[in-house]
Write a protein that binds this ligand. Structure first.
Ligand code: ZN
Length: 396
């Protein structure tokens, strides 16, 4: 049996299988930790001819550098606090959590701390640790960093074979085909946001570290000068807070018509895509600046970025822009629903374009999560049943 053949799985079976594999991986991780403890205690890594546990893990077990570091340090923590093995085995703590908790376990109730961190993300554990083990504020610092020396351009693909070295004055031309291919939307993977640069220190205190270019530095200095009357100390943190307040207020006004003095609600427009300001405000308040998509199990999408107003019932069917007929959804769910309805080729970033079959031509996304077309389901669902589309509803 091909262990990688999964196209015949139902959606439910596929999700259950993935969860079972993750659970198996956690059990394997915990068992590996116990083996690493014993290997180090018996000094088998030295007996095997490796100078360190890290070298043993990389060269003998063929772990990556990063994985070796995680496993060795988690194993050493588990040697001191064996309950870690059970927490990892039963899936309550991941290895990153173990590494984050390890320095703090000797300074408090280890069992209670591990229980508080159960099933939490790394970011949530950072906050938890900042509340329980507060650190002092870091000193404010604005310094210039020398630029790295310029690197010579590297051709995308160096021609192979003898006699291809460049003569003096000869140029190497990279054709468009040789340039690194831009990933498609399906291939693109969301890059994790670097959390380490915005780290909690204590309750309501965060450390922010960043590198900016010359223009940003100049803008910052000008903002400090403009605010020097209100903020005589000109602290960067206070300047940044004022600038961000102004920025957020400006965009809330533009996008959601936010105002401290709202006018009486206007009548819903039936002739255009115009969304009255009072409706924007009400939809935003109801959906709470968060994507309104919810799974069948009721799990709501956590996205608070790239939100768009969506008409539940499209205007083309005579619907109007009312609070009841609008919702906020993220771009990913907008696109996914579009692909369910019209096929993968129907979405081109912010608007609709004609699909390969020429079936759908719209300038804007249609109703989300509504009944998909049969053609859309065939194009999008492996089984052609349209189950992926029917499985999603927005819950309010
Ligand atoms: Zn979403």
């Amino acid at each position: 049996m091909d262990p990688f053949a999964v196209s015949h799985f139902s959606n439910v079976a596929l999700l259950q299988d993935a969860k079972a594999l993750v659970a198996l991986g956690r059990k394997t991780s915990a068992m590996l930790l116990s083996r690493l403890i014993e290997i180090e205690d018996r000094k088998l890594h030295l007996r095997s001819g490796h100078p360190s546990m890290h070298a043993f893990c990389v060269r003998e077990l063929h772990l990556s550098d990063g994985a070796a570091y995680k496993y060795i340090n988690a194993a050493r923590a588990a040697r001191r606090f064996p309950a870690i093995l059970v927490e990892v085995y039963e899936g309550r703590l991941h290895l990153r959590a173990v590494l984050m908790l390890a320095p703090h376990l000797p300074h408090g109730n280890a069992g209670e701390l591990m229980a508080a961190a159960a099933h939490k993300t790394a970011e949530e554990i950072q906050l938890l640790l900042a509340q329980r083990f507060p650190r002092p504020d870091v000193p404010e610092r604005l310094q210039s960093i020398p630029l790295p020396p310029p690197q010579p351009p590297i051709p995308a693909q160096w021609p192979a074979g003898p006699g291809r070295e460049l003569a003096p004055g000869q140029a190497f031309v990279t054709t468009p085909e040789q340039l690194p291919r831009k990933p498609t939307s399906e291939e693109r993977v969301d890059q994790p946001v670097s959390r380490s640069r915005l780290a909690p220190l204590a309750p309501d205190r965060f450390e922010l570290r960043l590198t900016v270019d010359g223009e940003t530095q100049d803008l910052l200095q000008r903002a400090r000068a403009f605010l020097s009357h209100q903020l005589p100390t000109r602290e960067i943190a206070a300047v940044l807070k004022n600038v961000l307040r102004f920025f957020v207020s400006h965009f809330e006004q533009r996008r959601y018509a936010a105002t401290g003095r709202p006018r009486a609600p206007q009548r819903a427009s039936t002739s255009s895509r115009h969304v009255p300001a009072s409706v924007k405000r009400a939809v935003r308040e109801r959906d709470g600046d968060q994507c309104a998509f919810a799974s069948e199990e009721g799990r709501r999408c956590s996205s608070r970025t790239r939100l768009e107003f969506d008409h539940i019932e499209p205007l083309s069917r005579g619907a109007v822009s009312t609070v009841e007929n609008l919702r906020l959804v993220c771009r990913a769910h907008n696109q996914w629903a579009a692909e369910c309805a019209f096929g993968p080729s129907s979405w081109s970033g912010s608007s609709w374009r004609k699909s390969a079959t020429g079936a759908a031509t719209r300038r804007r996304a249609p109703t989300l999560f509504g009944p998909p077309t049969a053609a859309g389901c065939r194009a999008s669902c492996a089984a052609g049943s349209g189950a992926c589309c029917a499985a999603s509803r927005v819950r309010r």
